[in-house]
Design a protein around this ligand. Structure first.
Ligand code: PGA
Length: 254
């Protein structure tokens, strides 16, 4: 049975008190073990990394991540955080190349390639986000575009290292307040393309973008999808717990 990854990035939200309340309630709910067949993960802001690690403990079934990390280990890079620093703060996973970082902070295929390599070098799991714009989708270029993003970041790596990477396909047109939920039909072809290129070769092929409690089960049913990467719906702990329950139910039926 393959594991379903169900996780959330909090983006730039939550005070330490809010982070603490969410993490404590999750820890208490799980009681030390993940729902069967599910790999939970949470990606707070940098400021909350050590706080959440402290609450979850060192042996938590919930993987802890950061939303970005630099490709160099240390040095004169004002405002940046390195993978060794993220690891030191308790992170096990590094989100790389989210579309908001590509759009607003100059992330490119080349920087995602370097960051994936840095995460792997230090034993952290890279969570590589890829996704096309509405314009690319409108001209029928979705699959080619996301395959190029993934290949640029991954294809120079040996197979063993690729096997430690998680890919999240998050079409830009489906993300956040300005996005609209994708239909299952719209996702079949992109996942077929990703499945052909990376199915069985990476640790996970996740879907993200306006995942909610109504569409989560259907999204998990798409061929090659092995998890969900969630924003808004999981920021309230009740939403995240419900997604974990949906994931567990889906895993049990596989
Ligand atoms: P959303 O965010 O679930 O709020 O649309 C998804 C994401 O950006 O990963």
């Amino acid at each position: 049975m393959s594991t379903l990854w169900i996780g959330t990035s909090w983006k730039m939200t939550k005070t330490l008190a809010e982070a603490r309340a969410w993490a404590e309630a999750l820890r208490d709910h799980l009681g030390g073990s993940a729902p069967t067949g599910v790999q939970p993960f949470v990606i707070p802001s940098f400021t909350a990394t050590t706080t959440v690690r402290g609450i979850l403990g060192d042996h938590s079934p919930v993987l802890l991540g950061v939303q970005n990390a630099h490709w160099e280990d240390a040095g004169a890079w004002t405002g940046e955080v390195s993978v060794p620093q993220a690891k030191d703060a308790g992170a096990q996973l590094v989100e790389i190349g989210h579309s908001e970082r590509r759009e607003h902070f100059g992330e490119t295929v080349e920087t995602t390639r370097r960051k994936v390599a840095a995460a792997l070098r230090h034993g952290l799991t890279p969570l590589l986000c890829i996704g096309e714009s509405a314009e690319v989708k409108a001209r029928g270029g979705s699959a080619a575009f996301i395959l190029a993003q993934a290949a640029g970041a991954l294809d120079s790596l040996p197979a063993e290292e690729v096997s430690r990477v998680v890919i999240a396909y998050e079409p830009i047109w489906a993300i956040g307040e300005k996005g609209r939920p994708a239909t299952v039909e719209e996702l079949v072809d992109p996942f077929a393309a990703l499945g052909e290129a990376y199915g069985g070769k990476v640790a996970g092929l996740l879907y993200g973008g306006s995942v909610n409690l109504d569409n989560a089960a259907d999204l998990l049913g798409i061929e090659h999808v092995t998890g969900l990467f969630v924003g808004r719906t999981a920021w309230r702990l009740e939403g995240y717990l419900e997604l974990l329950r949906i994931g567990q139910e889906h895993a049990a039926a596989l």
